[in-house]
Design a protein around this ligand. Structure first.
Ligand code: PEP
Ligand code: MG
Length: 559
């Protein structure tokens, strides 16, 4: 028996023979004196073929894994006809007389490197998408067939890495799980595996050896373990685990459409965190009650320049319309700290997490803020919008932001543009200053949402990016919990609601505590909605709340 370790990215246990994905090799010839017009025509032909194939794949994905998976291929279609991409190929074909294959291969390498160099993990994972789309165009250019696996029956699929199109083309009924040497949790293959409910482990590295081909294996998509030639005892244990997980999965499915209500009748809203309009289908599929945090800065991070008013308006409108009357809380641009864009040309900071980020940057660049506010208020006519300000430390910042909001509203009204009658304005509580001032801040806004990722970082003086800090970065620390209690009490005293939208909201160890504090809304990744609903429905606050509040008052929570 051999056990190797990767990263579990899609829960579940897969047991069966392991087969490697065989990718047909595309041979790329390189000519520097090609006929530009003939090569350009070849590229356009291959591009059209790729776009048609992606349309068909979108339909397969829709049938197998729903709208979210289909959207992936629709996004790939857009990438295949992206003007920047096309212009880069054209410059090489027409400008340098490269043949079409070499021009596509060079462009793919350049665009993928650009994505891979970005700070944000989501954008880094887009490098794989560019490569995938480009491989499809190259296959059309060279007449190479698609890959597959050579297994007699259902199998675990192994690969160095799998592109989303390769993943979806495999016969779902025959896949027991995915295991890849490379990949990340936010790669689209991981996302697809999760939506298809197929166990997956990525990042196994060189330990995933070709000699495992055809041998019996077990993968655990929760722990990331990959076991080759399991002994009888291990196999029996893992089969039992698989049964339990399937039972839990069935239970969670049965909770769709049910209320988030405790045994003693207390309710809490469960909303979702998203980074792009493309994430909305996952929210709807998970039965999320609304969007508690749309991290709008991702519109800026993925672009070569700041997105304009029209582009932002269309993105926000798309989310509001798709959410069909459910509440959508859009956070204004939280650029700075670990989320940076070159085009703002900001001076280098020694301590960027303590620097010009979030609302501070928006107040320092009012023209940029105005563009976003105009786009937001214009979009407000298309659904139930609320606006939320990040990185607040005091009252004057909020007052200044409110003035800019009022100015944007007045401008739009003067232009005769329709906007919603009421757009609630809230703030994130993610600095100790905001938590300590929450009595005064509550008088200024309509709601609070606690960003526990940053609140933990700033309260405990622990860089959230620094993995070496390990147990020092502890969102369960009593200092953080005391601040949350203070914020919840101050919010309720002022008659406004309070939510939590940091990672902690999805931590089921904390559900009873949030209910004891009277938290009104929890905003979590879509996949956490049903497990959280289950945890809420198992809670009886008559039993848990007095105990938790007494523990908190005495700081018996993990000191
Ligand atoms: C937070 O800080 O908890 C939060 C939700 O915002 P972000 O993670 O985007 O900084
Ligand atoms: Mg934050």
């Amino acid at each position: 028996m051999i056990t190797v370790q990767g990263k579990g990215v899609s829960a579940g246990v897969g047991i069966g023979p392991l087969y490697f994905y065989q990718r047909a090799k595309t041979t790329i010839t390189r000519a520097t004196d090609a006929d530009p017009e003939a090569e350009w025509a070849r590229f356009k032909g291959a591009q059209t073929a790729a776009i048609e194939q992606l349309g068909a794949l979108a339909e397969t994905a829709r049938a197998d894994a729903g709208d979210e998976a289909a959207l992936l291929f629709e996004t790939h279609q857009m990438m295949a006809e992206d003007l920047d991409y096309e212009e880069a190929v054209e410059a090489l074909v027409r400008g340098q007389h490269l043949n079409a294959e070499a021009a596509v291969a060079d462009t793919a390498a350049r665009f993928a490197a650009m994505f891979a160099a970005m700070d944000d993990a989501y954008m880094q994972a887009r490098a794989a998408d560019v490569r995938d789309v480009s491989r499809r165009i190259l296959r059309a250019l060279t007449g190479t067939a698609e890959g597959g696996i050579d297994a007699p029956g259902p199998a675990l699929v192994a690969a160095d890495d799998l592109a989303p199109s390769e993943t979806v083309q495999l016969d779902k009924a025959k896949i027991l799980g995915f295991v890849t040497a490379g990949g990340s949790a936010s790669s689209h293959t991981a996302i697809l595996a999760r939506t298809m409910g197929i166990p997956a482990v990525v990042g196994v590295g060189g330990a995933l050896k070709p000699e495992f081909e055809g041998r019996t294996a077990i993968i655990d998509g929760t722990t990331g373990a990959v076991i080759i030639d399991p002994d009888d005892e291990t196999r029996a244990r893992m089969e039992k685990k698989r049964e339990e997980q399937l039972r839990l999965q069935r239970l969670l499915e049965s909770l769709k459409g049910q209320e988030n209500v405790t045994k003693d009748g207390r309710t809490v809203r469960i909303y979702c965190n998203i980074a792009a309009p493309e994430d909305v289908p996952a929210v709807l599929a998970a039965d999320g009650g609304g969007i508690g945090l749309f991290r709008s800065e991702f519109l800026y991070l993925g672009a070569a320049e700041a997105p304009g008013e029209e582009e932002q308006f269309l993105a926000y409108k798309r989310v509001l319309e798709a959410m069909d009357g459910r509440e959508v809380i859009i956070r204004t641009c939280d650029i700075g700290a670990d989320k940076n864009v070159g085009y703002f040309d900001l001076p280098k900071e020694e301590n960027p997490a303590l620097g010009l980020r979030g609302l501070r940057l928006c107040l320092a660049k009012p023209a940029l803020f105005r563009t976003q506010l105009r786009a937001l208020y214009r979009a407000s006519a298309y659904g139930r919008l609320a606006i939320m300000l990040p990185m607040v430390t005091g009252v004057w910042e909020v007052r200044e932001a409110k003035k800019l909001c009022e100015a944007a509203v007045a401008e739009l009204k003067a232009e005769g543009i329709p906007i919603a009658e009421k757009v609630p304005l809230g703030i994130m509580i993610e600095t100790p200053a905001a938590a300590l001032m929450s009595d005064r801040l509550a008088a200024e806004v309509d709601f609070f949402s606690c960003g526990t990722n940053d609140l933990t970082q700033y309260t405990l003086a622990c860089d959230r990016q620094n993995n070496d800090l390990g147990r020092f970065y502890d969102p369960h620390h009593p200092a953080v919990l005391r601040l949350l209690k203070l914020v919840a009490d101050n919010a309720h005293r002022a008659g406004i609601w309070v939510g939590v939208c940091g990672e902690l909201a999805a931590d089921l160890e904390m559900t009873e505590t949030f209910l004891a504090l009277g938290i009104d809304e929890l905003s979590v990744p879509p996949r956490s909605v049903l497990p959280l609903r289950n945890a809420v429905r198992m809670t009886d606050t008559r039993e848990s709340a007095p105990r938790i509040l007494a523990d908190l008052a005495a700081s018996r929570h993990r000191i």
